[in-house]
Design a protein around this ligand. Structure first.
Ligand code: NAD
Length: 465
């Protein structure tokens, strides 16, 4: 615990009180304070790259390259972008006024919300902790970060580094699990930014509702990959593999969750996936150093249950090997799974990839639209009409054509879900906006005072309308 031995409701109240004092002092609002904190996060990320990557490895056996690119590199990029753009983001936006208010001028002034709570998950324990903090600080807020107890080494390193590098009167880390999170959730915040599963998302939203606190919920879901014929299948398979197993071994929110393809394409697709998987991870993937492990025994058992479901018995066409002592599961492909099997009704969040086959690819619309809206939807095709139809008819947090997960790296795109995959968005300027209030400001002079506006509302006044 970084702040106190027992972090209970009293400690949480004290913490928020201190941060409210800091925020009220105006300290976090200045451009200079924001810049100094963002520079410190950038420095912290550069100074401790190896230590951070080792901590993530200890929590997840995540390959160092994945941590450096997907976690530390992403945080650095966010800081660099915020440092470059902050002046512009903070500048009020002049907007037009109407004849009704003539003469007048108007602007939208972004203002910090106040004291915000960020609750992060275990799967990208550095990136998903620090990236929202970058947005909160850029927008001028005081922040409490609650990292996940399921990635304890990264959680304690983040707590240690933030105390060392950042202004501790405005940025706090509270480590802990459900009791500590509940103590925090009882407090009144100006925004709660939660990343994790939808069950806890509902708990967060219910707690926030008591104080009318707005929330951003970055949740998950089943992100489909639709694979058409007449495409460069090898490139498609490599990109599916990179998004699935190359993203924390399937333990990523935007990980491809299942594939839909035609009966005709399926055998070629399976063959190509097998070849590329072997090329990347060898004949015995349980030995590969390039795959993360399953985070803990609970998640290992959860994934085992998906494979043990009678409804998918005999459907494994590749993989299925497991080693509980090392918490490893090989990349596993299942072909022709029924839509009511467990693996097709729960978010997989692991190295299993079921394939559904259809008579014609257009059947994908009914399948994807009959389940909760996913965080991402992917389509591999060369068919222009299909691309257009997919973008128009599939509701998802994001749609990517001919690749998977890469939209995450495009900071000009908002990152967030829709429906059960979440609400609100961040990344780039959207992070600044997520932690700002857009204040409407109208400037009037004493000129142009129209009598018609005031009582008595005589019939003659109506004639001017
Ligand atoms: P997790 O178990 O680490 O939980 C997330 C946070 O919620 C942790 O800080 C944890 O302490 C807290 N928490 C857990 N139970 C709680 C409770 N009962 N009350 C209050 N707080 C509680 O992570 P997870 O939920 O297993 O993460 C995986 C899920 O998150 C997946 O569904 C995934 O799709 C989603 N996810 C979404 C994104 C995104 O950006 N949209 C990113 C990563 C993960």
């Amino acid at each position: 615990m970084s702040e106190a031995k027992v972090f209970d409701a009293t400690a949480a109240t004290e913490l928020v009180k201190e941060l409210r004092g800091t925020f009220a002092s105006g300290r976090t609002r200045s451009y200079e304070w924001r810049v100094s904190q963002l520079e410190s996060i950038l420095k912290l990320s550069a100074d401790h790259e190896e230590e951070i990557s080792d901590a993530i490895h200890s929590d997840l056996s995540k390959p160092a390259l994945e941590s450096i690119i997907h976690e530390i590199g992403m945080v650095k990029n966010s800081c660099k972008l915020a440092l470059k753009e902050l002046r512009r983001w903070m500048t009020p936006e002049k907007v037009q006024t109407t004849i009704t208010t003539f003469p007048s001028s108007a602007e939208i002034v972004p203002e910090p919300l106040g004291v915000v709570l960020i609750i992060s998950p275990w799967n990208y324990p550095f990136f998903l902790s620090l990236d929202p903090v970058v947005g909160a600080i850029a927008a001028g807020n005081a922040v409490v970060l609650k990292p996940s107890e399921i990635s304890p080494t990264t959680s304690s390193l983040v707590a240690k580094l933030l105390v060392k590098y950042l202004d501790t009167s405005a940025v706090k880390v509270v480590e802990g699990a459900v009791p500590e999170t509940n103590a925090l959730l009882e407090q009144k915040w100006d925004k709660i930014f939660y990343t994790g599963n939808g069950r806890v998302g509902r708990i967060v939203m219910a707690a926030a509702a008591k104080h009318l606190t707005p929330v951003v919920l970055e949740l998950g879901g089943k992100s489909p990959v639709v694979v058409d014929s007449k495409i460069n299948l090898q490139v498609a398979c490599r990109r599916i593999i990179a998004g699935k197993w190359g993203g924390n071994n399937g333990q990523a929110c935007v990980s491809p969750d299942y594939i839909i393809t035609t009966k005709e394409v399926a055998p070629k697709l399976v063959e190509s996936l097998k070849q590329e998987l072997e090329r990347f991870y060898g004949k015995n993937p349980l030995e590969s150093k390039d795959l993360s492990r399953i985070v803990n025994a609970n998640h290992f058992d959860r994934l085992t249950k998906l494979l043990d479901d009678d409804k998918v018995s005999g459907k494994i066409v590749l993989g299925g090997e497991k080693d509980k002592s090392k918490l490893q599961i090989a990349p596993t492909l299942l072909l022709d799974v029924p839509r009511d099997s467990l693996i097709m009704t729960e978010e997989i969040f692991g190295p299993l990839l079921p394939i559904i086959t259809v008579d014609k690819l257009e059947d994908c619309f009914e399948i994807v639209n009959s389940v909760p809206k996913p965080l991402a939807a992917y389509l591999f095709t060369s068919n222009k009409n299909l691309k257009e139809q997919f973008v128009a008819c599939i509701s998802a947090g994001a749609v990517v054509i001919n690749d998977t997960t890469l939209h995450l790296a495009v900071s000009t795109l908002p990152f967030g879900g829709v429906g059960e995959s979440g609400m609100g968005a961040y990344h780039g300027k959207f992070s600044f906006d997520a932690f700002s209030h857009k204040k409407a400001v109208l400037y009037r002079s004493f000129a142009g005072d129209v009598a018609m506006r005031y009582p008595p509302y005589t019939p003659g006044k109506l004639r001017f309308l």
